[in-house]
Design a protein around this ligand. Structure first.
Ligand code: GAR
Length: 195
């Protein structure tokens, strides 16, 4: 076993960013170990992909709230992460707001990827917001997570053009190509900064 940073990846969707991270690790481009993949949705594709890679997976208990875990759920998540000796919490398409006690349990060690050039287009479906705003350029951002939504310190960003005939789907696909390159690089930068 190596002494690389121990990551938990949290996601609610198809998990393409998780796969990009695991591929970067396998290729030696990112010195890290994914020790746990967690989802709030038992049917999320990210869990199926993690299982095919023989990585440990966990599902969070159902929450009465759509956008966040219950306080008990958040506490159970912290306990799960501690039990697995997780050092960094990586949000890869995790669609719930992260709150206390998780943020205090992992100070400056919760990192998110967001599909816009923050501070522009915070919140949901940022690529649709970019099309609606008529901008010629958008992108993606990797940032530390704090108590304010999509507002923590920025680690790295990558720019992506918005083309005249873009649909939400074509633009999101282009942003995701940039995300898959940016995320491992930005995590490596954060690990260096913490060491
Ligand atoms: C990514 O584009 C990520 O930036 C976005 O969800 C997608 C997840 O894709 N996250 C947010 O919008 C967070 N507010 P993936 O499941 O294929 O990695």
């Amino acid at each position: 076993m190596n002494s690389f940073p121990r990551l938990a990846v949290l996601g609610s969707g198809k998990g393409s960013n998780f796969v990009a991270l695991q591929e970067a690790i396998a290729a030696g481009r990112l010195e890290a170990r994914i020790v746990l993949v967690v989802s709030d949705l038992p049917d999320a594709t990210i869990l199926a992909r993690a299982r095919t890679m023989n990585l440990p997976v966990a599902t969070l208990p159902p929450s009465p709230f759509r956008t966040k875990l219950s306080p008990e759920g958040e506490l159970a998540l912290v306990e799960l992460l501690r039990k697995n000796e997780v050092e960094w919490v990586v949000l890869a398409g995790y669609m719930r707001v992260v709150k206390e006690p998780l943020l205090s349990a992992f100070p400056n060690r919760v990192i998110n990827i967001h599909p816009s050039l923050l501070p522009a287009f915070k919140g949901l479906r940022a690529w649709e917001q970019a099309i609606a705003a008529g901008v010629k350029e958008t992108g993606c951002t990797v940032h530390y997570v704090n108590q304010d939504i999509d507002a923590g310190e920025i680690i790295a960003q990558r720019r992506v053009p918005v083309l005249p005939d873009d649909t939400p789907e074509t633009l999101h696909a282009r942003i995701q190509i940039a995300e898959h390159e940016l995320f491992p690089e930005a995590l490596a930068k954060a690990f260096r900064a913490a060491s």
